[in-house]
Design a protein around this ligand. Structure first.
Ligand code: HGY
Ligand code: MN
Ligand code: MN
Length: 417
């Protein structure tokens, strides 16, 4: 069975998908903003479905808008083999994060069909809703609901910055029905694979074209609200102030200090947003909301950093006479890849003379949650300078093709098991 990836077609489709964006063009790359259920996201979804329909694949979506594109096997009652990723993009992102896994997965299926393969097990491509936390503050909405790790009622009540709920937004986008219907049982899939850019520098730095992910670090998200006493920037004297932004600054530095203090690169933390109220140059900030993203391959070590930050918060409350509240958004467990699928990938790489590296994924992916209901693995390809979530994010066509070819090879093996 000869698998031929149509590199020109795949490259063209990645470029077409990148055009579904309302980001202004930039000189140093391709800037993509595609927030879940935005007009661009809905147009991109419709375009993807048209591509899939042209191949005669069966298509359906669920109540949260996850899209399922199935090539039915000769034994359709057997649990399918699945692959996929996401096409939503954070503001001013690049064009390869997630899309390589969706369009690459589609091309892998097309290439297998062209090769004459007759899969026993159906092969299914999944495009997940809202992998990025941009709109509703939590990542992997679609895969969390599929895996049963997010309460459907909590999910539907989540609001975006305009206080529109997920329930209202998804219904307006044409996805109705109870979110409880999104959940899939643990035996629904025989295996799950995701092809993704590394979003880090290791593969390119080592000149290795393929990464085989053995585990995915565990993300946690917290929202801190600091409330002080603000007022006129000129008339309110310094001793009378309880400047919420100064307190927030100390909290942010506390996060950095305790994260670095773990002494391992496996612990990372970022305060990525800082909303200041009232946000006027001549008004002393009275309230600040921070969003913290902290990740580790070891959840206990992640929690120990949080404990140290909480200790510093207590000091801040006393010394600055501010209130600080902490709200848990998510605290997820890490995921381990299936040794069987990792072994299959290693054997394929060896047989095909492909140099590979087994590695941890520090970014989270929908695979983190698919691991709750199926054996998983991920295939990484290099991205230039390790850059991601930026317009200069770039994956070379040759690397993408190699990743898609490996994905197609392992899908074929698993679909014949
Ligand atoms: O943040 C992440 O790890 C993913 O790219 N959403
Ligand atoms: Mn991302
Ligand atoms: Mn991604």
């Amino acid at each position: 069975m000869k698998i031929q990836i149509d590199q020109a077609r795949l490259t063209g489709e990645l470029q077409t998908l990148a055009k579904f964006t309302d980001a202004e063009p930039v000189s140093d790359g391709t800037s993509v903003t595609r927030v879940v259920f935005s007009p661009d996201d809905l147009r991109a979804r419709a375009w993807l479905k048209k591509l899939a329909a042209a191949e005669g694949f069966e298509i359906h979506d669920d109540a949260v808008g996850n899209i399922f594109i199935r090539w039915t096997g000769t034994e359709p009652h057997l649990p399918a083999v699945a692959t996929g990723s996401h096409i939503d993009a954070i503001p001013h992102a690049g064009m390869y994060d997630g899309t390589v896994g969706v369009l690459g997965g589609l091309e892998a299926m097309r290439a297998l069909k062209r090769s004459g393969l007759r899969p026993r097990r159906s092969i299914e491509l999944v495009m997940f809703t809202s992998e990025e936390p941009t709109r509703f503050g939590i990542g992997c909405l679609g895969s969390r609901l599929i895996s049963g790790t997010l309460d459907p009622l909590r999910a539907d009540a989540m609001q975006d910055k305009d206080e529109a709920t997920l329930a209202a937004v998804r219904t307006a986008a044409g996805f109705s029905g109870p979110l409880s219907s999104v959940r899939l049982p643990a035996d629904h899939y025989h295996a799950w694979l995701e092809l993704h850019i590394e979003q880090g520098p290791l593969l390119e730095r080592e000149g290795t074209p393929i990464g085989i992910v053995t585990s995915i670090a565990a993300p946690a998200g917290y929202r801190f609200t600091i409330t002080g006493f603000g007022g006129h920037a000129g008339a309110l004297l310094m001793p009378d102030r309880k400047d919420a932004l100064c307190a927030a600054a100390e909290l942010i530095l506390s996060v950095e200090k305790h994260t670095l203090a773990t002494g391992t690169i496996d612990t990372v933390a970022t305060v990525g947003t800082c909303d200041v109220h009232p946000g006027a140059v001549n008004s002393v900030p009275s309230r600040v909301v921070l969003q913290l993203d902290i990740r580790d391959t070891d959840p206990a070590r992640r929690e120990s950093v949080m404990q140290s930050v909480r200790h510093d918060c207590e000091q801040l409350r006393q010394r600055r006479n501010v209130t600080i509240t902490e709200e848990l958004v998510n605290a997820d467990a890490p995921a381990q890849s299936s040794p069987h699928i990792v072994q299959l990938l290693e054997t394929l790489c060896t047989e095909q003379g492909i140099q590979y590296k087994k590695m941890v994924s520090r970014a989270y992916h929908d695979s983190l949650f698919m691991a709750c209901i199926a054996p998983i693995a991920m295939i990484f390809i290099p991205c230039r300078n390790g850059v991601s979530h930026r317009p200069d994010e770039y994956a070379a066509p040759g690397d993408t093709t190699l990743g898609v070819h490996l994905l197609a090879s392992v899908l074929a093996k698993l679909a014949l098991e």
